[in-house]
Design a protein around this ligand. Structure first.
Ligand code: GAF
Length: 398
């Protein structure tokens, strides 16, 4: 059985009740920001390429209020091993020359500190907040970006800033910088972008070079997006992600291109002819073919050609496994088990890799068979989410 997705309204009620328990008063504002699943276009965002995620009904909610003083006190309802659930830190005021915040305390709060430090306006001098999320932590569904984006619009709401569509790209970039500076993760722009700009019933094709995007309808009742969490997270992502980024930059440098977005398969032949390191060639080949696959997948989705779309997803997985080498035995097994079932159109790992989730496109009538097949044969404990494309970050009015 797929997991029950907790409605946002219920998460807000729970968050407000936790706020009352923690602080003995009522929260004044509530916001949410979604996690995402990337349908195709993996490890292409930091190569100026295309990605095609959709926002999820799995969200991070923040409730809270502005208070006198100069400190932020935040409580998370999530229990992280060996980390405090409640933390207090000083917020630099608007006259401070540098808006740096101490990096002591729990890791989960770093994402929020990063956003406060990179917020584009004045930050409130003090606030209290509760964070409550339904995005699985470390599951490759962007729990961190949803926390950053929720923090951003929470600050907006405290400061009375209106949500204007024209400002969202700048805000997404500020959240990306927060993750670079405070979490030490040199991520691309995809996760923050989709968390701000996701749309109900639509996937979003993002051009990560021009930071433009187009919505593509994805609301056919005959097909389902099934997310399967492997529930493993190998400790490699932290070190391997920056290595992949560097390898891509190196390939682009050898080719004298600004980025691999400008390269094509003839460039792979050139790299081979000058005996470039085989790993660098393989990384470049993944990125070049994945950017092409993503553009093609967008066209297929526009035509509701789910058969071809699914095929491109499966090809994407093979490329991530063999050329980019960011998959792992658990993800490969989940993809293989899904593809065994009749009615499955395509399946691939999603997100950074080395654990987390797969995404499978399947005819609605076959989804139960996929879940059953995986439950019968997967060596670990998988969890399942059936998700429709959902709205981006927003304020919740009482
Ligand atoms: C992680 C990063 F945060 C994204 O920017 C992206 O690079 C993704 O891995 C891989 O496609 O989620």
């Amino acid at each position: 059985m797929a997991e029950k997705i907790v409605p946002i309204e219920q998460l807000v009620v729970e968050a407000k009740s936790a706020f009352r328990q923690q602080f003995g008063e009522d929260a004044a504002v509530a916001v949410f920001a979604p996690g995402r699943v990337n349908l195709i276009g993996e490890h292409t965002d930091y190569n100026d390429g295309f990605v095609m995620p959709m926002a999820l009904p799995l969200v991070t909610v923040i409730v809270g209020k502005q208070v006198p003083g100069c400190e932020a006190t935040i409580y998370t309802t999530t229990k992280f091993p060996n980390e405090e659930q409640r933390t207090t830190f000083e917020i630099p005021n608007k006259f401070s020359l540098v808006r740096a915040i101490n990096r002591e305390g729990p890791k989960w709060a770093m994402y929020m500190k990063g956003v406060i430090a990179n917020y584009l306006g004045d930050v409130p001098s003090a606030f209290k907040a509760v964070v409550h999320t339904s995005v699985p932590i470390g599951g490759g569904l962007s729990s961190s970006a949803s926390l950053e984006v929720a923090t951003y619009i929470f600050l907006d709401q405290l400061m009375g800033v209106q949500q204007e569509a024209t400002q969202l790209t700048k805000k997404a970039l500020a959240c990306q910088k927060a993750e670079h500076d405070y979490a030490g993760m040199p991520c691309g722009i995809m996760d923050q972008f989709i968390s701000f700009m996701g749309n109900k019933d639509h996937a979003l094709l993002i051009d990560c070079r021009h930071l433009t995007s187009s919505l593509i309808p994805l609301n056919d009742d005959n097909v389902i997006i099934l997310i399967t969490n492997s529930n493993v997270k190998h400790q490699l992502t932290g070190s391997e992600y920056p290595t992949r980024r560097k390898q891509c930059e190196e390939a682009a440098m050898i080719l004298k291109k600004v980025s691999l977005r400008d390269a094509n398969l003839d460039d792979i032949k050139y790299l081979e002819s000058i005996n470039t390191n085989a790993e660098i060639i393989a990384r470049a080949r993944h990125v070049i073919t994945e950017i092409r696959r993503t553009a093609e997948a967008a066209e297929m989705l526009k035509q509701s050609n789910f058969v071809k779309f699914g095929k491109l997803m499966t090809e994407s997985h093979a490329s991530l496994r063999d050329d980019y080498q960011v998959s792992c035995p658990e993800l490969d097994s989940l993809v293989e088990l899904a593809l065994e079932v009749e009615g499955v159109l395509g399946s691939r790992m999603t997100g950074g890799g080395f654990g987390g989730c797969t995404v499978t496109l399947v005819y609605s009538k076959s989804v139960d068979n996929v879940i059953q097949n995986i439950q019968d044969k997967y060596k670990g404990q998988a969890t399942f989410y059936v998700c429709k494309p959902s709205p981006g970050a927003s304020i919740l009015h009482n």
